[in-house]
Design a protein around this ligand. Structure first.
Ligand code: IMP
Ligand code: MG
Length: 177
């Protein structure tokens, strides 16, 4: 039988998101002072976070986009990643920051990191809005984390369930009924 889900409470509200994103922007601007950044958004989940974050940066910033999907129909990540959309730009010599919505098993990001490292960026860091450290399988550590959270299925502020709820201006979660 198909599982039914219900909405949990608001986990991270609009104002809290705004404040934390501004703090991350300050932190990144400080770390890259005098340098320029290439922010790579991992579509689609990170699109809202990235658009808010880059407006909090006061260093030279370029943006690009990648779309990836885990192989297979399973909801669990397999670690084998398919590139659906590759970068438009050459990242050699760039200070790349991968912008993610959430790190769960870490398998997607581990693959992406290795894939991008092979293209010789000047530096490569990871910035994620949300982190579920409990769920980690792959050995990846984000350099910037918005919020470290418990293991719940998150929706809102870019994150989806079956492509829905990305437009919610806050972070919520779904629970099995
Ligand atoms: P990982 O490879 O297991 O780390 O999976 C990472 C990707 O799975 C994220 O970039 C999200 O797109 C998706 N994902 C993981 N957890 C959630 C969640 O709680 N809500 C929505 N999407 C999620
Ligand atoms: Mg994602």
């Amino acid at each position: 039988m198909e599982k039914k889900y219900v909405f949990g409470d608001v986990m991270i509200g609009k104002e809290e998101l705004k404040e934390r994103v501004a703090e991350l922007g300050k932190e990144i601007s400080r770390d890259y002072k005098g340098e320029s950044i290439l922010a790579i958004c991992v579509l689609k989940g990170a699109v809202i976070f990235m658009s808010d974050l880059i407006r909090e940066l006061n260093v030279e910033t370029k943006i690009d986009f990648m779309a990836v999907s885990s192989y297979g129909a399973s909801t669990e990540s397999t670690g084998v990643v398919r590139i659906l959309k590759d970068l438009d730009s050459d990242i050699e010599g760039e200070n790349v920051i991968i912008i993610e919505d959430i790190i769960d098993s870490g398998l997607t990001l581990k693959y992406l990191k290795d894939y991008l490292m092979a293209r010789n960026p000047k530096s490569l860091k990871i910035c994620t809005l949300l982190d579920k450290p409990e769920r980690r399988v792959a050995d990846v550590k984000p350099d910037y984390v918005g919020f470290s959270i418990e293991n719940k299925f998150i929706v809102g502020y870019g994150l989806d369930y079956n492509q829905m709820y990305r437009n919610l201006p806050y972070i919520s979660y779904l629970e099995e009924e």
